[in-house]
Design a binder for this molecule. Structure first.
Ligand code: FES
Ligand SMILES: [Fe+2]
Length: 448
């Protein structure tokens, strides 16, 4: 349970809000590289409540600019993307990827005045299939996160995104709510266990609906271990890395390593980015095909313009299973053994998360009512997450304390592992498996 006041702090991410400013301390995934072609169509984004347009110029450089032209606020999306710039088609003002004005089309003597005009732009970095954005103070740019999956060769990772129509915290909390996996995802897990790429599941024969959780706070968030009995002498340990405020990684000691990032679109929508990577070699075509079958992450999805709650349109992937079609729930399948009757892990999650009771703001699912929840010991990671991230946001807002991981990207160079061992305590597991929990990103790789 959370007070209505703290729920506001947790969920509101606009500029000037405590959580909004915390997010602006970090680099965030913005759009897939594959969505942007040189001189191709610009793509509309909304990130942290700000309307933006991304485009790739003739030279291949990516820019993310204000969605609206500074002349008369016309939409840049309809602009002409050519000759190393994006031109607003209302009166011909042209901007480059850095936001500098190249031409003032309708202005006599524009050449002499164009240096005074700028469109808001944000620093971007393109690496390993993704365009990243930093939306904070340009004089205090965060160190780029040393996340393993963000630094491997593009061929070694598979990154996707789709829209979830909830506040960001609902999505993030779902990732660290381990016990729902044994229920909501039950049948999918059983049929996929040990077989699918992109899911990370227990070895055959080991399953326990109520594992014991131990959590340790870290500089970047926390790590927790779920202990299940494997046999008389050993335990099956699964670790989850929770890297505030955006990233997580779920357990696996080999490929496929995977996790999600939750990037707030606005207070009522979040973009889920899913990554799967192989630190030792490329993702094969067959593996990519399995990933795209929709059983795990990502869902089967369409791409195109999608209207948000206030009418603003973004370009995004969106699941074929949505609230309007009841996530294609099949009651016959549900009664014959599938716990949910819904196909695909992320569709199952969204069916629940997008329809939770609303606390304030728009209708169901948007910002959940956390004031009347009944949380128990299985919810310790969620409780800890809220406590820690609200404190981080308040520390920044009230005392100017910047989060450690925004200044030291190497803190993110961690892995989530799983192990079958006779080790009994999580602290001992962390000590013995310490090296395996470190990623491969060296300072030189990070500096490239
Ligand atoms: S509104 Fe864009 S050039 Fe006039
Ligand atoms: Fe889930």
């Amino acid at each position: 349970m959370l007070s209505a006041e703290d729920n506001e702090v947790l969920c509101r991410i606009g500029a000037g809000t405590p959580m909004g400013e915390l997010f602006r301390q970090f680099w965030m995934p913005a759009i897939l590289s594959s969505e942007l072609e040189a001189d191709g169509s610009p793509r509309r984004l909304r990130l942290l409540g700000e309307d933006l347009v991304a485009f790739r110029d003739s030279g291949g450089k990516v820019g993310i600019l204000d969605a609206y032209c500074p002349h008369k606020m016309a939409p840049m999306f309809y602009g002409r993307n050519e000759k190393c710039g994006l031109t607003c088609i209302y009166h011909g003002w042209k901007f480059d990827v850095a936001g500098d004005c190249l031409e003032l089309g309708n202005e006599p003597g524009g050449e002499d005045h164009k240096h005074k005009v700028k469109i808001r732009s944000y620093p971007v970095r393109e690496i390993s299939n993704l365009v990243w954005i930093f939306m904070g103070d340009e004089n205090q740019i965060a160190e780029f996160p040393h996340l393993e999956w963000a630094h491997v060769d593009a061929k070694q990772s598979h990154v996707t995104r789709w829209l979830q129509r909830t506040n960001w915290a609902q999505g993030f909390e779902g990732e660290i709510d381990s016990s729902h996996i044994s229920f909501l995802h039950r049948t999918m897990n059983q049929s996929l266990r040990g077989a699918a790429v992109g899911t990370s599941l227990a070895p055959a024969g080991i399953w326990d609906d109520a594992p014991e959780l131990t959590l340790r706070e870290t500089d970047y968030g926390f790590v927790y271990g779920a202990r299940r009995r494997a046999d008389e002498n050993t335990y099956y340990w699964r670790m989850t890395q929770c890297m505030f405020p955006i990233f997580n990684q779920i357990a696996n000691d080999v490929f496929p390593r995977s996790g999600r990032c939750w990037v707030p679109v606005d207070d009522y929508n979040v973009m889920a980015f899913s990554y799967v990577y192989n630190a030792d070699g490329p993702i094969t075509e067959k593996e990519a095909e399995t990933l795209e079958a929709g059983a795990g992450f990502p869902p089967l999805r369409d791409y195109g313009p999608t209207e948000l709650d206030d009418g603003y349109v973004i370009d995004t992937f969106i699941s074929k299973n949505v609230r309007g079609n009841d996530y294609l729930i099949d009651r016959d399948v549900q009664s014959e053994g599938s716990y949910s009757g819904i196909y695909g892990l992320t569709n199952q999650d969204r069916a629940l998360q997008e329809n939770m009771k609303s606390g304030f703001g728009l209708g169901p699912g948007k910002i959940v009512d956390r004031s009347s929840e009944y949380l128990m010991t299985a919810d310790v990671p969620v409780i800890t997450f809220r406590k820690m991230i609200i404190k981080m946001a308040k520390d920044l807002a009230e005392k100017g304390i910047r989060p450690a991981a925004s200044m030291d990207g190497s803190l993110y160079n961690v892995r989530a592992i799983s192990a079958i061992t006779d080790i009994e305590t999580f602290d001992e597991l962390l000590e013995v498996y310490g090296d395996e929990c470190r990623g491969i990103v060296t300072p030189a790789m990070a500096a490239e």
